[in-house]
Design a protein around this ligand. Structure first.
Ligand code: F6P
Length: 342
């Protein structure tokens, strides 16, 4: 059986470890043959494939990014897109099925292709940890570690100047990175999309921390909305899936906090630093295990499903379970962290 592997959507530490896991187990245990698909669904549509052997994946578990490249191409768009064309392209190259490693957008496309008769197996990835079907996605732990390290650094310079420091993290419409990194770094306020706050509430916590002689650290998720805001802050247009590109809310908050509290305030947007570099040990292990189980699922013909983490087990779930509702931060997890604010 010949299988194409693609990575699609935003990249994420651990993608290469998954590819390695699939190819190692697929070739040594099952004698599967693999091709790499360049730049996500773009490579499927254009028939852009290259042989992927054990040699190509050596030493990859610690390497960030993706050796396959990625894009946000929709496989149903363009003159060569659509399930019929994709089926013809795969048949021409003797490819029997696809492993699609991606987040919500990728898995939605995989689900649609699968319903249209294309054999696709999914592997979930996202630093945002916003997929419901898996307890954790690889990339998240690395992003949290990077953000925590950055916040530790912001705290030392904040302490020196007695400033309020704001750290803005990614996460789109869920606050997992903010919650975990903020708790790890001992933030005095954590602002997440799931729990709108007023500027007065934020300033009250900042002042309380400052009154205790602390340099306040405010962690804000890019998707956070102040009470009264309908949409998350966005001034960078839309992405390829017509979703607003988020980022910049900390730059709105900083002057407001400074004006209302009288505490000098600085903001830092961590941005893509959170997605770059080597995956953490946790993410290497999770991604490798997902890859190994994906190889098993290929041999079992588990098309239309994805591998996922439940507790400490890797399981298979239908695509539909991963789509629709986001894996948001439960209120009790936020309230638990809020006991430490101020
Ligand atoms: O979904 C991962 C993510 O890093 C989000 O946290 C962020 O909003 C978005 O991707 C950024 O996308 P891009 O790399 O296209 O700017």
């Amino acid at each position: 059986m010949k299988i194409g592997i693609l990575t699609s959507g935003g990249d994420c530490p651990g993608l290469n470890a998954v590819i390695r896991g699939i190819v190692l187990k697929g070739t040594t245990t099952y004698e599967l043959e693999f091709v790499g698909i360049r730049d996500g669904w773009r490579g499927v549509v254009d028939g852009d494939f290259f042989p992927l052997t054990r040699h190509e994946v050596k030493g990859l578990s610690k390497v960030g990014g993706t050796i396959l490249g990625t894009s946000r191409t929709n496989p149903y768009e363009g003159p060569r897109g659509g399930a019929e064309n994709v089926a013809k392209t795969l048949a021409k190259h003797g490819i029997d099925g696809i492993v699609a490693i991606g987040g919500e957008g990728t898995l939605a496309a995989a689900d649609r292709l699968s319903n249209d008769g294309i054999p696709v197996l999914g592997v979930p990835k996202t630093i945002d940890n916003d997929l419901r079907a898996t307890d954790y996605s690889f990339g998240f732990d690395t992003a949290v570690n990077i953000a925590t390290d950055a916040m530790d650094r912001l705290r030392t310079t904040g302490d020196s100047h007695q400033r309020c420091m704001i750290a803005e993290v990614m996460g789109r419409h869920v606050g997992w990175i903010a919650l975990h990194a903020g708790m790890a770094a001992g933030a005095h306020v954590i602002c997440i999309p799931e729990v709108p706050m007023s500027i007065e509430e934020i300033c009250d916590l900042v002042t309380r921390a400052s009154d205790r002689g602390r340099a306040p650290l405010v962690v804000v998720s890019e998707g956070f909305k102040l009470k009264g805001m309908d949409q998350a802050f966005s001034d960078k247009g839309l992405d390829a899936f017509n979703r607003p590109r988020l980022g910049g809310i900390s730059e709105i908050l900083a002057p407001e906090i400074e004006k209302r509290t009288g505490i000098e305030t600085r903001s830092t947007v961590l941005g893509h630093i959170q997605r770059g570099g080597s995956p953490s040990a946790f993410d290497r292990v999770l991604a490798t295990r997902l890859g190994l189980h994906a190889a098993d699922a290929l041999v079992d013909g588990s098309w239309g499903q994805m591998v996922a983490l439940r507790g400490t087990d890797i399981v298979r779930v239908p695509f539909a379970e991963a789509l629709g509702e986001l894996n948001t931060v439960p209120l009790q997890r936020y309230e638990e962290a809020a006991a430490l604010f101020g």
